[in-house]
Design a binder for this molecule. Sequence first.
Ligand code: DQA
Length: 150
Amino acid sequence: MKKILVVHGPNLNLLGEREPHIYGHTTLGEINDILEDLAEESGFSVEFYQSNHEGRIIDFLHEKRKEALGILINPAAYAHTSVALRDAIASIELPTIEVHLTDIHKREDFRRVSITKGVCVAQFIGEGVESYKKGMQALIKFIQEKEIKP
Ligand code: DQA
């Protein structure tokens, strides 16, 4: 089955209890279930990965790069800090869509820049779980359109 990687960065394991006034009450497990249903409806399987360690996320992307057709990633704080993660996404040449639950442009100054955005095919932000859903739908569409050879 065609596979999509869904990667969650640091602190997202605590979704549901982490600053719920900012990030909502939905847990990471619940988000993953929603994403899995969406992907399966279109004939894709999903492999999920969450880590609080930059290098582990990069290792995961390297290890899985030949097994998947695309990546949906919420880099969390690494979006604002990690040149290494940007380089990893650029290196493996899989279509990647970045998502954020919150609108990073309307928060603290240090969140306004996403280093990783430039190597992603699209970014969905500011709509909570809906950001993830739109990101997954756009990624599936992107992969399907790329597969259709005119
Ligand atoms: C986040 C936004 C980031 O600035 C923050 O560090 C996160 C979550 C979001 O989904 O809104 O951990 O990526």
